[in-house]
Design a binder for this molecule. Sequence first.
Ligand SMILES: [Zn+2]
Length: 185
Amino acid sequence: MGESIFFNKKQYFWVREALEIAETLAEDYFRVDLGDYERFPYDLQTLANLRVLEKTQRALAQVCKYEYYKRESFSKFKGREFYRICLQDDKILNTVQTESSSLLRPLLLCIVTHELIHVIRFSLDPKKFYLKLQEKRMEESDVHQTTYELLKYLKDPQVGFFLDLYRPRREEGGLDSKGPALDNI
Ligand SMILES: [Zn+2]
């Protein structure tokens, strides 16, 4: 019997747990209220609920942005945006299968925290979503550093292992030769 490409119930619980931890740490670090949906419009979905364009072969996760107009009154429309953290269950499960399943929880925490930091930075400064390649590398590096700052207090060696594994590399291609990158940013 083949392995499922979707998170099972327990694994999905770990996803929600990772999001809760990440949100708590990020709210403290950025001094923001992530419950403020007007300011931080985002959600997180796993593979079973992703649309075609939200799926990627190249990364463990990605952030998709939606722009739309919301009617404020009869003739007034206001531009809005919405971010979705898209977890690629199959890629994530593949990554830990080659290591150990006990690594799934810390890996999820690293991924979800990293993507949430992207979302917060995009929400605070929407221009960041449209950076040029070189600027994207710097952004990725900043996001990784912030992920490290947030998670270091947990003093979890497995979290530390993944933070090191997915540290942005200077050389071209990064982790591509070993497997999917952490995200497409
Ligand atoms: Zn990233």
